[in-house]
Design a binder for this molecule. Structure first.
Ligand code: NAD
Ligand code: TYD
Length: 334
């Protein structure tokens, strides 16, 4: 099969493209990514010259381009999005444009070209904060931020295309991912890179907010299984039942790097900050046999090690220097 992957130069998308090509030797990918500040060709530089991977720099909201790429492919796996909650609070418009309108453009093209699958990568944040217990797929959506509201809206559009047009869609809703190539504005890579630079680690509010951390390769395998064996029209939660406070994570990182806890700086809280996320992954476990296999301690240590070894990558990404570099190396205009 030939698959149109969107957002495959971002954090999860780049890990997924590499993983999927390894796991599925008969399949090939067209990777459509706009290369926003979060998209990085460094993340997929090892795929240069791979005949089963074609990179296209473009916007998922571009109907003509998406139509053309959909005509050449059999399925869509859709990662592309604006993803940072803090940015959505400051500038929500681009979240609406990409996450909602962009998804609509993809759905239309997928319908027109009678695709065999449309996998929509969503988030546990669409359920909102979970005071106790965990959320199942049928729980109502009460998103808190413009980011999660835009993702919830796109989920509803995807469901409507299944119900109204019979498009074979599947939605996955995963918890917070961590691993290599995550943009250092998200908690884990920001804290690792700041600690390595002996900069303050900004912890929002009391730091007792809880996230369920999922290693990115566990997530990639979940999507691989959903793609092959998931039931159309369904939603699958993906989580590792690994709830930790932000302070737990930050202290683990400082300890692993031998840095002092005095680097922690409690700062003003995020507006509308969700206290706790928790999803119940029983459905994907029982129906597809998926379960997370990476332990938080060892995979987080591996991740810290990766950032220690790739200071060039995150220094460039943090400074914005990579933009000029790409224009030179790849002839990509950003
Ligand atoms: P990311 O921000 O690292 O990457 C997003 C990618 O999408 C980038 O490569 C960017 O260039 C591309 N992109 C953005 N706008 C585009 C557009 N208009 N057209 C084409 N490409 C565009 O994001 P991520 O963390 O890899 O997340 C991937 C998906 O997984 C998102 O849909 C996100 O909502 C979802 N998700 C992420 C997490 C997480 O912890 N990172 C958790 C749950 C769900
Ligand atoms: P983040 O990585 O932005 O993911 P999300 O908000 O989508 O869950 O943040 C994870 C948690 O870490 C969240 O509770 C906010 C908190 N956080 C900080 O305390 N300081 C920071 O600098 C960042 C980026 C996040």
């Amino acid at each position: 099969m030939k698959i149109l992957v969107t957002g495959g130069a971002g954090f999860i998308g780049s890990n997924f493209v590499r993983y999927f090509l390894e796991q599925n030797p008969d399949d090939s990918i067209i990777n459509l990514d706009k290369l926003t500040y979060a998209g990085n060709l460094d993340n997929i530089v090892d795929l240069k010259g791979n005949s089963r991977h074609q990179f296209v720099c473009g916007d998922i909201s571009d109907q003509v381009l998406v139509d053309q790429l959909s005509a050449e492919t059999d399925a869509i796996i859709h990662f592309a999005a604006e993803t940072h909650v803090d940015r959505s609070i400051v500038n929500p418009e681009v979240f609406i444009q990409t996450n909602i309108y962009g998804t609509l453009v993809l759905l239309e093209a997928s319908k027109k070209h009678c695709h065999r699958r449309f996998i929509h990568i969503s988030t546990d944040e669409v359920y909102g904060s979970c005071p106790e217990g965990d959320f199942r797929e049928e729980n109502i959506l009460t998103p808190s931020s413009p980011y999660s509201a835009s993702k919830a809206s796109s989920d509803l559009l995807v469901l409507s295309y299944y119900k109204t047009y019979g498009l074979p869609t599947i939605i996955t809703r995963c918890s917070n991912n961590y691993g290599p190539y995550q943009f250092p504005e998200k908690l884990i890579p920001l804290m690792i890179s700041n600690a390595l630079e002996d900069k303050a680690l900004p912890v929002y509010g009391d730091g007792l907010y809880i996230r369920d951390w999922l290693y990115v390769l566990d997530h990639c395998e979940a999507i691989n299984q959903v793609f092959h064996r998931g039931e159309v029209g369904e939603i699958y939660n993906v989580g590792s039942e690994n709830g930790k406070t932000n302070l737990d994570i930050v202290q683990f990182i400082l300890n692993a790097l031998g840095k002092p806890v005095s680097l922690i700086q409690h700062v003003k809280d995020r507006p509308g900050h969700d206290r706790r996320y928790a999803v119940n992954p029983e459905k994907i476990q029982k129906e597809l046999g998926w379960k997370s296999v990476y332990s938080l301690e060892s995979a987080l240590e591996e991740t810290i090690h990766w950032y220690c070894k790739h200071t060039d990558w995150w220094t460039r990404v943090k400074s914005g220097e990579y933009r000029q570099m790409y224009e030179k190396i790849y002839g990509v205009s950003l």
